[in-house]
Design a protein. Sequence first.
Length: 108
Amino acid sequence: MIGIEKYSDFMGLVPELETRKIIIVPHGSFVAYLSLDDHKKMRIPYFGNKAVLDWEASRELQRDWLLLLARPGLKLAAPSSRPAPEIDRPVIVKLYGAQGGKGYMFPA
């Protein structure tokens, strides 16, 4: 195991990691805090598919994907930066970005 102080230190380890022939198992924070460009230029193999990183990093692309799911009748709420007074039923609120994995809120 190799520890780093901050995510920005990671790219300096890439040559050593390539030599060790490691495989990265990405998690939400790793994907969020390392730049998308850095992810794409690394030659280190990933467990999973780097092609999904664009979707992971973009709420707009995620929304497009969800709209495809809506065609068969899945109801989707409009994106909002704050609760609106016209919400008249329970909703699930997910934080944007890496903070989104910390939990969900159920506003009253």
